[in-house]
Design a protein around this ligand. Structure first.
Ligand SMILES: Cc1cc2nc3c(=O)[nH]c(=O)nc-3n(C[C@H](O)[C@H](O)[C@H](O)COP(=O)(O)OP(=O)(O)OC[C@H]3O[C@@H](n4cnc5c(N)ncnc54)[C@H](O)[C@@H]3O)c2cc1C
Ligand code: FES
Length: 326
């Protein structure tokens, strides 16, 4: 069995264990969240050995070149020396500025930060609770001198972090957050390219960020946002988006409902299906997909088959930790 060495201590990996599993079972303090390669907060480095490529997926080239990898995605095949556990040093404080209900399950959380923070709307941050629990949330707003971040957080039944945000957090509380991450954001340089934004639930948060960024940067091509949920209560900002679509000639908005009750003004069906029916040919379009991981997997495949280039399909899967002990 491969052996991990960290700070002059060695840990034996059991068969089929990830580096994260081994470190946690030996009580090593390492930050982690999704355990599925999505949040990047279990970042770690192997100065001497090149990590398996699967464990480096989604990392920046500069990080890959320095042998950084995701501990939750690495099943070691050889002994590894480890350094710089987690991104602990990269967390800093932010204060809760306000909390507002967006729909029965979702709140808008505004955080105010003091440190310098560079972000692109649509990227995500990792939030950390005092006990070390970490979860990722996407940024819905544009950077501004007020130094605020807008997050949309849906309360999941028995969701450790989302229930805490909904039931405990109040104005003035301090939370820790990590540098923004992710590559789901507006890319300038092709202002005429059609943009198709597809999201479920709080997937609207990054899509709203991308939309506002595109409009702010003078995107002139058509932009179409499809936002879906099972029923009307699962959506939010319907009137706000309709009003924006009335004001902006190049912006269209479709609210989609996959349940049985579909009132006037909504499209019947799942958001990605309605979008793919509306645009059966996607050659030349840039597609942004945010929300449920299954929806994203299916749509990535279908968008590619409909002609979208892989490099033009950007996705943020809101993976939920599969381990209820964390
Ligand atoms: C890149 C990224 C960006 C994200 N952005 C956002 C965001 O902007 N807004 C947001 O709200 N979340 C977002 N998430 C998800 C978020 O990070 C958390 O996973 C989520 O809030 C649940 O955490 P929790 O601790 O409350 O739930 P946990 O305690 O981790 O567990 C949730 C439990 O609910 C179950 N479950 C999973 N999905 C559902 C579901 N759809 N309905 C009911 N139960 C379910 C799981 O099986 C699990 O048992 C994002 C995730 C990633 C990776
Ligand atoms: S990427 Fe490893 S815990 Fe999220």
């Amino acid at each position: 069995m491969p052996k991990l060495t960290l700070n002059n201590k060695s840990y034996q990996c059991e068969s089929d264990e990830t580096v994260l599993d081994t470190l946690l079972s030996n009580n090593v303090d390492i930050a982690y969240g999704c355990r599925q390669g999505g949040c990047q907060c279990c970042l770690i480095r192997s100065p001497k050995q090149v990590p398996p490529s699967d464990a480096q997926k989604g990392l920046k080239e500069t990080q890959q070149a320095q042998n950084y990898f995701l501990a939750c995605m690495c099943k070691p095949t050889e002994d590894m020396d480890l350094a710089e556990v987690g991104a602990e040093g990269l967390f800093f404080d932010a204060t809760v500025d306000s909390l507002k209900s967006l729909n029965p399950d979702t709140i808008e959380l505004i955080l105010e930060y003091k440190d310098e923070l560079t972000f692109k709307p649509g990227q995500f941050i990792n939030l950390k609770r005092e006990d070390g629990l970490v979860r990722s949330y996407s940024i819905a707003n544009l950077p501004s001198p007020e130094k605020k971040l807008e997050l949309h957080i849906r309360k999941l039944p028995n969701g450790a972090f989302s229930e805490w945000v909904h039931d405990y957090l109040e104005e003035g509380h301090v939370v820790s957050l990590q540098e923004p991450n992710g590559d789901c954001f507006y890319i300038s340089g092709k202002p005429e390219q059609p943009l198709i934004l597809i999201g479920t639930g709080t997937g609207l948060a990054p899509l709203a960020g991308i939309l506002h960024d595109a409009l702010m940067q003078g995107h002139s091509g058509p932009i179409h946002l499809f936002h879906g949920s099972r029923d009307v209560d699962g959506l939010y900002w319907v009137d706000k988006m309709k009003e924006l679509a009335n004001r902006k000639e190049n912006f269209s908005y479709t609210a989609c409902l996959s349940g049985d009750n579909v009132p006037d003004g909504y499209s019947a069906g799942r958001a990605h299906q309605v979008a793919l029916d509306t645009y059966p040919k996607l050659d030349g379009s840039r597609i942004f997909l945010c929300g449920h991981p299954e929806m994203i997997k299916e749509t990535q495949k279908k968008a590619y088959l409909a002609g979208a280039s892989l490099k033009d399909i950007h996705a943020d899967a809101f993976t939920v930790s599969s381990d209820k002990t964390n």
